[in-house]
Write a protein that binds this ligand. Structure first.
Ligand code: HMG
Ligand code: MG
Length: 310
């Protein structure tokens, strides 16, 4: 698409990874009941989201909101959407195998302090713990996604060196992850920081193996996503209604709202395969159920369905 003298090089299609049922609900004070989760995830899938992270097999003592992930996986009817789970270690792997989960994610960070607070080990130890998970997924042909938290900055150590982030991201790729999602966990990045990170990562492995996971603490998430898009990133994580955060990243606000990312993509003429109206309804449904505010600007705007631009 050419606009005057500016010729952005957007990818023609973008994949949105919905992390609300995991990243969103893990941070809510009120645990969503199982039937509410199931209905909501089914609504999300019906909106056309291709990939939904529905829970995590972490310790229920650390994150009680995710204690029913096995029940979620077991009860969800088959769907066109891929349902994924987050797994920290071999105990989590066994729980995922027991219920036949089909898409796995592993997660570490650029910072040792955050890794210790989040999963009680160092970065190197976390990579060791992932080996049995990686072997299992390779043997059983299960897609394995990687997350790199604090890829830009850590709530305990401050700014992260992009080369350090790229090195840990590469370690996840070497373990067999088809893609690494670079997390601005505390939502402090600005587009220049994202570009520096992408520069460092693409020196180590191809762009096609990168995704962005932006939190919106300073209202920069959409600007960062746009920078990533212009750079050539085509996979973005988001959470309906802007739910979420990490319980071990104090001060971090929610993820970028999926509705706002879809609105941006539609405006740019980029296909996501998502029905925005159904997505907005799904966001309102969960925020009503949990009695919390909807943080999607698109969802809160009542002109969205008649917007002359779309
Ligand atoms: P630990 O205490 O070091 O584990 O926790 P341990 O191996 O010493 O075991 C202690 C007890 O936990 C044992 O039970 C284990 O069986 C049990 P006990 O003998 O005392 O009865 N245990 C488990 N139980 C269930 N499932 C398991 C499991 N593992 C051990 N998988 C552990 C280590 C990783 C489990 C813990 O630190 C934990 O669960 N952390 C939670 C981390 C988390 O979920 N954080 C939020 C997600 S990450 C995130 O949000 C960032 C992201 O969105 C990207 C971004 O924004 O940057 C992905
Ligand atoms: Mg997150």
């Amino acid at each position: 698409m050419k606009k005057g003298n500016f010729t952005p090089n957007y990818p023609p299609n973008v994949t949105i990874v919905e992390v609300g049922p995991r990243d969103g609900l893990q941070n809510e004070a009120r645990t969503a009941p199982l039937d509410v989760k199931l209905e909501w995830i089914t609504q999300l899938a019906a909106s056309g989201l291709p990939y939904i992270e529905v829970g995590s097999f972490v310790s229920p003592r650390w994150v009680p909101q995710m204690a029913d992930t096995a029940a979620v996986i077991s009860a969800l009817p088959p769907s066109k959407a891929n349902y994924a789970v987050l797994i920290p270690n071999e105990a989590g792997l066994q729980r995922a195998i027991q219920v036949g989960a089909q898409h796995f994610s592993i997660f570490t960070a650029s910072s040792n302090t955050f890794t210790k607070k989040n999963i009680n080990c160092t970065i190197d130890e976390s990579l060791e713990r992932f080996i049995p998970i990686a072997k299992y997924t390779q043997h059983h042909n299960i897609p394995l996604r990687g997350y790199l938290s604090c890829a830009v900055a850590c709530p305990y150590e401050g700014a992260m060196d992009p080369q350090q982030s790229a090195a840990v991201a590469k370690a996840l790729i070497d373990l067999g992850c088809y893609e690494v999602s670079l997390g601005d966990t505390i939502g402090v990045a600005t587009p220049n920081k994202i570009i520096a990170l992408l520069d460092a990562c693409t020196q180590q492995f191809p762009m096609s193996q990168l995704a962005l996971h932006c939190h919106d603490t300073y209202g920069q998430a959409l600007a960062n996503i746009y920078a990533g898009l212009c750079y050539g990133v085509s996979v973005f994580d988001a959470s309906v209604a802007g739910l979420g955060g990490c319980p071990y990243a104090p001060g971090a606000s929610g993820n970028v709202a999926t509705e706002d990312v879809v609105y941006l993509m539609q405006g740019l003429g980029i296909d996501t395969g998502i029905d925005l109206k159904r997505l907005i309804n799904a966001g309102h449904a969960i925020t009503r159920q949990l009695n919390i505010a909807n943080r999607s600007k698109t969802a809160l705007s009542n002109i969205v369905t008649t917007c002359p631009l779309h």
